[in-house]
Ligand binder design. Structure first.
Ligand code: 3UK
Length: 524
């Protein structure tokens, strides 16, 4: 097999990612250029440099040590890159966390990563404050875009009090720079440790070489920075070339997206398939999705249905590049190319990455044979935190197991064929059937539940629940609404079952495992 490592960016052993992503922009004369624009503030590269230094020094001042974790539960505003890069500058490890989680999930993640400091957007305090006293390692809560928490100064005041000349800590290229949590089909989310050297690999190999991202681009990513997908699109890729990113702290509804496209005229747009579908259903969607400067769109998170890509191209006049990435690999590793798009396919390996499709015994498969996709590349994570068995199974030496079923067509392209487990994505967010089932079963009406992904009218999967009721409960609309609301509150707003079917019993294996595949077939 071809040696892809010659494509990798050479990174010196003593290396802090801040040098490539912040310092280089100043050295190349972009101190006054906007790096990030949110609805309230513009942050230039010079401003980011100063504020990241201040935040790094502030963390040290609060007694946070190198290699300790700080959790970032933040909306996409200019404070997010300041917190992320400020931590890296100090050799402290930021852990961006999904802003859509429920209190129990925050408790688990913050305990698991032993965050000593939490940086949180004021709007998220209602969800987080009830669990803050359950975190023995947590010493400081810094509130961004709002008032302070107990004795801690708020983000802005903390920055004002600290040292703008704070020097970048000399880290090692292979040192852990940040973590991202990845959800699995069983058990709780796992912290993936990523290295300082990985960010420049994804920015160069995918951002520059595949997307051709350059200094004059204006980027808008509907996927938020707390996702690996958004972290690259909206933060590391634009910073690697000195481009400008537009940030939207709120939900990327079709109205909000079209409004931003019109008022800010981005040249690159990043979304997930559900959003492209929702935009296509919007009467106001027209040429360039509102932006005359739009040159390219990107989709990831789940497979982009062929017809969504084709309808988008016809209506918006711009292609969508579909590529598959993962939290474990940091960003996209198999992708279409802007000048070679096949809707319905994931494309071919990104420069610097190699892919294989193997059977259960690890043997390479031939054309059109379906097996698991393995990938090799320079941005693979260093493993899951405190999960030796799962790390060994996924990060198998040079090759990373994706958990995805793929086939390689006679055209050489890779075609997505589903997951090797029962997991599926809704609007780019993972749904673990087990999670939704557990949430349903905490409702007094529910005896048992099984959840599968079921295609909606656009061919995108949504949760469908099969429920066995406890005696004395009637299957009526009021109950269905109550169950949906219950899941939204207990597990996450995107996870509620769009369809509920009442059953007398669920199909099970001899060992009592729910046979979801039977329900999936029954639902088709
Ligand atoms: C699925 C896709 C088909 C696939 C991600 C871009 O989604 C990202 O990371 P996650 O860890 O999920 C990874 C899994 O999602 N998937 C992603 N993209 C596609 N399936 N076609 C696609 N284009 O199951 C994969 O294993 O949440 C996406 C960049 C960085 C990312 N982390």
């Amino acid at each position: 097999m071809e040696d892809v490592s010659k494509e990798w960016v050479a990174v010196p052993r003593h290396y802090n990612a801040v040098t490539d992503f912040i310092d280089r922009n100043l050295a190349e004369g972009r101190a006054d250029k906007p790096a990030f624009i949110d609805p309230h503030q513009t942050l230039t590269y010079g401003g980011l440099n100063e504020r990241a230094a201040r935040f790094g020094s502030a963390l040290v001042g609060l007694g946070v040590h190198r290699e300790q974790r700080i959790a970032l539960v933040m909306f996409d505003t200019v404070a997010m890159p300041v917190a992320f890069w400020g931590a890296l500058k100090a050799g402290i490890v930021p852990v961006p966390v999904n802003t859509l989680l429920a209190a129990d999930q925050y408790r688990y993640i913050l305990q698991d990563c032993r965050a000593v400091c939490l940086v949180v957007s004021a709007g998220l305090l209602d969800v987080l404050s009830p669990i803050l006293d359950d975190l023995p390692d947590l010493r400081h809560v810094i509130v961004a875009d709002g008032d302070g928490w107990r004795d801690d100064p708020k983000f802005e005041d903390l920055l004002a009090q600290s040292d703008p000349g704070f020097e970048t800590v000399a880290t090692i290229a292979d040192e852990t720079a940040f973590w991202l949590y990845s959800s699995g089909s069983t058990g709780m989310p796992k912290g993936v440790r990523h290295r300082h050297a990985s960010l420049i690999q994804t920015a160069d190999l995918f951002g520059k070489r595949v997307l051709g991202m350059h200094e004059d681009d204006v980027i808008y990513s509907a996927a938020k920075i707390f996702f690996a997908y958004g972290l690259g699109n909206a933060m590391s890729f634009p910073m690697a070339v000195g481009a400008t990113t537009l940030l939207l702290p709120g939900r990327p509804t079709p109205d909000a997206v079209i409004d931003l496209m019109k008022t800010r005229q981005p040249s690159l747009f990043f979304g997930v398939p559900t959003l492209y579908t929702a935009l296509l259903a919007h009467p106001a969607l027209g040429s360039g999705a509102g932006s005359d400067a739009l040159r390219l769109c990107v989709s990831a998170g789940e497979a982009l249905p062929q017809d969504v890509g084709e309808r988008w191209k016809a209506r918006v006049g711009c292609d969508i590049v579909d590529g598959i990435g993962s939290t474990e690999m940091l960003h996209i590793f198999v992708s279409n190319r802007p000048d070679a798009i096949t809707y319905g396919a994931s494309g071919s390996p990104v420069p610097g990455y190699a892919a294989r499709i193997v059977d259960d015994d690890g043997r390479d498969l031939g054309v059109d044979e379906i097996g698991e996709l393995l990938v090799r590349g320079p941005s693979a994570g260093d493993g899951y935190w405190n999960q030796r068995a799962k790390s060994a199974a996924t990060f198998a030496g040079e090759w990373t197991h994706t958990g995805d079923k793929y086939r390689q067509g006679a055209d050489g392209l890779y075609y997505y064929c589903g997951r090797t487990d029962d997991m599926f994505k809704v609007s780019g967010n993972w749904v673990s059937p087990f999670d939704v089932e557990s949430a349903l079963m905490t409702h007094s009406a529910v005896l048992e539940a099984a959840v599968v992904g079921h295609p909606d009218g656009d061919g995108l999967l949504k949760p469908k629940a099969f429920v066995v009721l406890n005696d004395g409960f009637a299957a009526d609309e009021a109950l269905f609404t109550a169950l949906k609301d219950h899941v939204k509150a207990a597990s996450g707003p995107w996870k509620y079952p769009r369809w509920i079917e009442i059953r007398d019993a669920l199909p099970k294996t001899a060992t009592g495992k729910i046979q979801r595949f039977k329900l999936r077939e029954a639902a088709e």
